[in-house]
Write a protein that binds this ligand. Structure first.
Ligand code: AMP
Ligand code: MG
Length: 530
């Protein structure tokens, strides 16, 4: 196995002079060198051959001893100098000071073809940023991160990728429900792959420490390596502030794009703290995330957030904006002018209003929505929440509703989407009246469109996945893997490689969450314990 090492972050940015793993406050440095922990009995549970290819590895490499040793943390690749990054962040709206990679270790950067990737082990032991925790990760959360990273990619959502899921053979103590019942669980390490793991929080920590010099170095580094278009577009522009403004605009655009994709597929991140926001606009840090089953703007999968629901589905776009405001504050010392930053935040808001409606329009097969359609969109969102309605199943089945109806009462349409309702008995009175009204208006609108039913269905099925990684599905894979059977990991991985395609052999996954999973641990809400 040969990795084409090409480190930059740890070459061009300042290192913490201390090289031990002991916990500490780090100033004046972007990262600390660390050594991954050697696992006692690593075992490969699953790997993505596609991600392996991205970084220049073959299918044969994936099954090699070298691969297992490298991506479990047992052996550092020749020439690599692993490090943990220093960052801060706002957690649940409050500034938390230094956080940093407490259990993530950047192994190296690799170059393959024209791309450079950072390889990062998650769960490979303590670092100076581990604070009170152990630097480890358990199998259940690692499996969820591995599968969901790849699922998101294939759903067309910007995301970090996952190369491998390796059991360490070590036991990790966790109090999963935070109820005093701590127990040992199997440990695991995931290798995440992304252009970089720079977060909003990396800028925030320098800014909070008043370290403008390093703030500038990090911003210049980010532009040079990850947003080179900033330089190209400002060629000859001697005003460096305009570079940072442009960087912020691009990060804002990408963040907006990401969060609209989340809303489209019904993904709820669960912990949108500013340290969990990638500077690339990639989904990062899959913790207590979840997928909407019943379409409910107030739903959050995170038990820690149960009370305030700060990170609920319907609030994600506003939180993305709030997080961007924190990034703007962090970048302010480089710009020293509020107005251009504020303008970009306003632009986020107005663009969101437009792009969100375009996205929902596409979900219902209207690729050309106009102002007069807004009511139709708003009515749909309201009606969907009247009784528990499965988001994924509803939009997928909606594509089968033909334009014109022979039935005055729209009951033919309701019959087509019937499978999406969790409680069919609730489809009476006002609820059914609302649906009839909506389908009537929808079909009037469809009849104005030139698009045939068949062509509309094709378009809708491109944006409405047939399959998503429902929490209960991941939990079934976790239960099986814990009992030693990893077959379901690969089955779900393959299923989620073509989430928009009909997969006749996998029809069983095109189903509402089963009743047994409604309140089962891991299947609906999750704690942050990982
Ligand atoms: P997150 O769960 O991503 O919001 O993590 C918040 C912070 O806690 C980050 O700095 C993580 O690196 C750190 N952290 C989370 N779990 C652990 C752990 N088991 N050991 C050390 N640090 C951790
Ligand atoms: Mg995090």
């Amino acid at each position: 196995m040969k990795l084409e090492l090409n480190d930059h972050f740890n070459q061009e940015l300042p290192a913490d002079p201390l090289t031990t793993n002991g916990r500490r406050q780090v100033t004046g440095a972007a990262f600390s060198y660390v050594s991954p922990r050697v696992p006692s009995a690593p075992k490969l549970l699953h790997a993505s051959n596609e991600v392996a290819q991205l970084i220049g590895l073959s299918a044969a490499d994936v099954t090699s001893k070298d691969f297992l040793e490298t991506f479990s943390g047992a052996r550092v690749p020749d020439g690599a100098r692993p490090y943990a990054m220093c960052y801060g962040g706002h957690q649940f709206g409050n500034w938390a000071g230094q956080l940093g990679d407490g259990r993530a270790i950047n192994l190296c950067e690799v170059q393959h073809l024209d791309k450079r990737w950072t390889l990062q082990l998650k769960g490979a032991g303590e670092t100076p940023y581990s604070r009170t925790a152990d630097g480890l990760a358990v199998l259940r959360s690692s499996l969820r991160e591995h599968l969901c990273s790849e699922a998101m990619f294939h759903l067309g959502v910007p995301t970090t990728r996952s190369l491998s899921l390796i059991a360490t053979g070590d036991e990790v103590m966790r109090d999963m429900m935070y109820d005093g019942n701590a127990a040992y669980e199997p440990g695991a390490v995931v290798c995440r792959v992304a252009p970089s793991f720079i977060r909003f929080g990396n800028f925030q920590i320098f800014s909070a420490n008043g370290d403008v010099e390093n703030l500038r170095r990090l911003a210049d580094y980010t532009i040079k390596h990850h947003y080179p278009a900033v330089i190209a577009d400002h060629d000859g522009d001697s005003n460096s502030a305009s570079h940072y403004i442009d960087l912020f605009r691009r990060v804002s655009d990408r963040t907006l794009d990401m969060v609209i994709h989340w809303q489209r597929v019904g993904f709820v991140h669960g912990v949108m703290n500013t340290d969990n926001m990638s500077i690339h606009g990639d989904t990062i840090d899959f913790g207590p995330y979840g997928w909407l089953e019943g379409y409910d703007h107030d739903w959050t999968p995170n038990t820690t957030d149960r009370q305030h629901r700060r990170y609920r589905y319907g609030h994600q776009p506003q939180i993305a904006l709030w997080n961007l405001l924190q990034l703007a504050n962090a970048l302010y010392p480089l710009v020293e002018d509020v107005e251009p930053l504020q303008e970009i935040l306003h632009e986020f808001q107005s663009q969101f209003e437009i792009k969100y409606k375009v996205m929902v329009g596409e979900k219902i097969g209207l690729s050309d929505i106009v102002r007069t359609d807004y009511e139709l969109l708003a009515n749909l969102e309201e009606t969907l929440q009247l009784t528990e309605t499965d988001m994924t199943i509803f939009f997928r089945l909606l594509a089968r509703v033909p334009k014109s109806s022979s039935a005055e009462d729209q009951d033919d349409a309701l019959a087509i989407v019937a499978d999406a309702f969790y409680k069919p008995a609730e489809l009476t009175g006002d609820v059914v009246a609302s649906w009839r009204n909506w389908f009537r208006d929808y079909r009037i609108r469809l009849n104005q469109s030139e698009l045939s039913d068949v062509d509309r269905a094709v378009e809708m099925n491109r944006v409405n996945p047939k399959y998503v990684l429902r929490n209960y599905m991941a939990q079934l894979a976790i239960d099986a893997a814990t009992a030693g059977d990893v077959a379901l990991i690969d089955e779900l991985y393959r299923l989620m490689k073509q989430p928009y395609d009909e997969q006749p052999d996998s029809e069983k996954w095109f189903a509402k969450r089963p009743d047994w999973a409604r309140n089962k641990v891991g299947c609906s809400m999750l704690s942050c314990s990982s």
